[in-house]
Design a protein around this ligand. Structure first.
Ligand code: ADE
Length: 252
């Protein structure tokens, strides 16, 4: 996977991505990352990349030409027009399915805006995907680009080792992770659930599956619509809902 990031803050990208699992993958050559400074493509006296918006309004806009030239420098090198993701709160909200799908690309360009945004005309010419990482506003596209690269990388073969890959399946069925415990057996008076100490793999798996369902129902019930559940598990959910409703009524 080849990631290209068009940014005014290339150090932010390289420092973040050269750490931990993505850093290891870059060192191994499974991932390639290039952070390209848009300012290097501003051919004016002060390497200015921004200007006032026509029609007035607060703040400055990134100008079209340096963004376009930085993009063209990639096109020239890779010999095709790669997918270009523009990070913006106005985009489609990123999720695991998009991460899985984007992991199949050979190269992805991330375009990071700053100030009040980027001149619309260059976006129209080069952007293939408008993506948001959630309904809140950040100061720039660098953190969202890193969030996306991190989760896409996990789906690229060779980035995670076998042990790490095993953990990736938890979101696949649209359920949240079950709770996990390590030593000691008792901490602050809290004991590790008995079943996890039993060595009975079938019971452990059953307990974890139930816990995943309980957590998803409590914290993210919207995910259940697309979850892979058996009829028996749907009954379990109905039973839980009924039980919680009764407990609420008793508490009143
Ligand atoms: N730029 C600023 N806020 C953003 C967000 N929530 N997602 C993607 N890009 C952004």
């Amino acid at each position: 996977m080849n990631f290209y990031v068009l940014t005014l803050f290339p150090d932010m990208i390289t420092q973040g991505m050269n750490t931990s699992i993505t850093g290891r993958a870059i060192a191994k050559g499974v991932l390639n990352l290039e952070a390209i400074n848009i300012r290097d493509f501003a051919y004016n006296k002060h390497q200015k990349v921004d200007d006032y918006p026509y029609g007035g309004g607060a703040g400055m806009l990134m100008q079209a030409e340096p963004v376009y030239l930085s993009y063209e420098s990639i096109v020239k090198r890779v010999g095709k027009r790669p997918r270009v993701v523009y990070l913006t709160p106005q985009g489609r909200v990123f999720n695991q399915k998009m991460a899985r799908e984007m992991a199949l690309e050979e190269e992805i360009v991330f375009l990071c805006g700053h100030y009040e945004g980027i001149d619309e005309r260059v976006l129209e010419e080069i952007v293939t995907d408008y993506v948001s990482i959630g309904d809140y506003v950040l100061t720039g596209g660098e953190l969202p680009a890193m969030v996306m690269m991190d989760s896409i990388s996990r789906m690229v073969p060779g980035v995670l080792n076998n042990q790490e890959s095993g953990e990736t399946e938890s979101f696949a069925g649209n359920l949240l992770e079950y709770p996990q415990y390590s030593r000691p057996e008792e901490w602050h008076g809290k004991k590790v659930p008995e079943v996890l100490l039993s060595g009975h793999h079938e019971n452990v798996a059953k307990w974890r599956r139930e816990q995943a369902i309980v957590r998803t129902l409590k914290n993210r019930p919207d995910l259940l619509k697309e979850a892979d559940l058996t009829n028996k598990e749907w009954n379990f959910i109905r039973q839980l809902k009924k039980q919680w409703k009764e407990e609420q009524e008793e508490a009143l």
